[in-house]
Design a protein. Sequence first.
Length: 113
Amino acid sequence: QVQLVESGGGLVQPGGSLRLSCRGSGIPFSHSTVGWDRQAPGEERVLVARITSGSAIQYADSVKGRFTISRDNAKNTVTLEMTNLKPEDTAVYYCNLNYGIAWGKGTLVTVSS
């Protein structure tokens, strides 16, 4: 059974940084596309970043230059480094596998002073 577990969310001030991790089990990340989506209150879930099995990377325009996605196949983990956080980055962040065939439960990121 495929399971994805996110960690690393929390409260941070504007301009601060956070690191989110997605750890998978039941399927090797090395053969998968892993993505981070987010859902702000009252809004739809949208793509933040994704990394393919060949390490091709895509970012939403709103996070380019501030967020970095990377993978550690040995640990079956994908990390999202978030810097220069803004209040509009506040959302529940979800890890997903292969364009949504599996999802984690999400981790809340709140950017506020």
